[in-house]
Design a protein around this ligand. Structure first.
Ligand SMILES: *[C@@H]1O[C@H](CO)[C@@H](O)[C@H](O)[C@H]1NC(C)=O
Ligand SMILES: *[C@@H]1O[C@H](CO)[C@@H](O)[C@H](O)[C@H]1NC(C)=O
Ligand SMILES: *[C@@H]1O[C@H](CO)[C@@H](O)[C@H](O)[C@H]1NC(C)=O
Length: 245
C-alpha cells in the first residue's frame, strides 16, 4: 500500500500534469435522466482497464489484479485468531453491478455488487478452536469464494481548492455476504498430513462457525483499499469534468 505522503505526491503530480480525463472514461451529465444506468455503463466500460490500471493517455490507477492485502488480523478471541499476510487476491475486477443509487450533488453512491469468483493465496497464522478441536498452524493458504455480494456505501465531499471544485471520498463502508468459501491451509499440526487433511475438512465443512469472524476484518481491509484506489482516480478530475452540466 502507498504511504500517505506517496499518495499525496502522486495526486499533486497528476493534478499538475493532467486536466482532462482519458478518452477511455465516459462521463455522465449530472442531470442525465437515467444517471444510474449511465454510471453503470461507464464503470463497466472501464472495468477491464481496472485490472491492470492503465487507462491510456498516461493515466494509471493501482492495478486491481492482483489485489495485494497485507496484515489482515481477524478474530482475536479464544475461539479464533488469525493473521493473513502477503495476500494476492484475483478476480475482483470481474464485479457485476446489480444496483446503483447515485446522488452526485452530495457525492453519495450505494452500490450492490456480485463477485462471481475470487481466488486468493498468501501466508497465514491461525489458532482456531472448532468442535472442541484446537487447530493451530502457520504457512501458506489458498482458497476461493463464489458469488459473494457486497453493498458498498461510497460517501464523498466536494471541496474547493484554488477556485477549482474537486471531489474525494471520505468513507466507503461495505457489507459482504459470502455464499461459498473454501480454503486450504498448508502445514497445520506442523505439517502432519493426516491431521492436516482432517482439520482442513472440518474447517471447510463448518465455515458458518468462523466466517462471521473473518468478514468484518475483510470488509475493513477492502474498504480502505478501495477508498485509496478511488481517491487516486478522482485526483485526476474535477467535479465539473466528471459530472458535466
Ligand atoms: C441528494 O442529496 C442532497 C443532500 O443530501 C439532497 O438534498 C437531494 O435531494 C438529493 N438528491 C436526490 C436526487 O436524491
Ligand atoms: C453463482 O451464481 C450463478 C448465477 O446466479 C449461478 O449460476 C451459480 O450456480 C452460482 N454458484 C454457486 C456456487 O452458488
Ligand atoms: C446479506 O444477507 C442478509 C441476510 O440474508 C441480507 O439481508 C442482506 O441484504 C445481504 N447483503 C448483501 C450485501 O447481499
Amino acid at each position: 500500500m502507498l504511504s500517505k505522503v506517496e499518495t499525496l505526491i502522486l495526486i499533486l503530480t497528476f493534478r499538475t500534469c493532467f486536466t482532462k480525463l482519458p478518452s477511455t472514461i465516459t462521463t455522465c451529465h449530472r442531470n442525465h435522466p437515467d444517471l444510474e444506468n449511465c454510471i453503470i455503463k461507464a464503470v463497466e466500460a472501464v472495468r477491464p482497464l481496472l485490472a491492470h490500471g492503465n487507462f491510456g493517455d498516461g493515466y494509471h490507477s493501482p492495478p486491481l489484479e492482483p489485489l495485494n492485502l497485507d496484515n489482515i488480523e481477524l478474530g482475536g478471541g479464544q475461539q479464533f485468531h488469525a493473521i493473513f499476510s502477503d495476500m494476492q487476491v484475483r478476480g475482483g475486477s470481474n464485479f457485476i453491478i446489480n444496483k446503483l443509487k447515485a446522488n452526485t450533488s452530495s457525492m453519495a453512491f450505494d452500490l450492490l455488487l456480485t463477485l462471481p469468483r475470487i481466488d486468493f493465496v498468501g501466508n497465514y497464522f491461525m489458532k482456531l478452536n472448532i468442535l472442541l478441536l484446537d487447530v493451530e498452524g502457520q504457512g501458506k493458504v489458498r482458497g476461493h469464494c463464489e458469488n459473494a455480494t457486497a453493498l458498498v456505501k461510497m460517501r464523498g465531499v466536494r471541496y474547493f481548492k484554488d477556485d477549482v471544485e474537486l471531489v474525494k471520498f471520505i468513507k466507503m463502508p461495505m457489507r459482504i455476504n459470502i455464499s461459498v468459501f473454501k480454503m486450504h491451509l498448508d502445514n497445520l499440526f506442523n505439517g502432519d498430513p493426516v491431521l492436516s487433511e482432517v482439520a482442513n475438512m472440518i474447517i471447510n465443512d463448518n465455515q458458518d462457525l468462523y466466517l462471521k469472524e473473518i468478514i468484518p476484518g475483510l470488509q475493513k481491509a477492502l474498504s480502505q483499499k478501495f477508498l485509496d484506489i478511488a481517491n487516486m482516480m478522482l485526483a485526476y478530475t474535477t467535479y465539473d469534468e466528471m459530472f458535466p452540466l
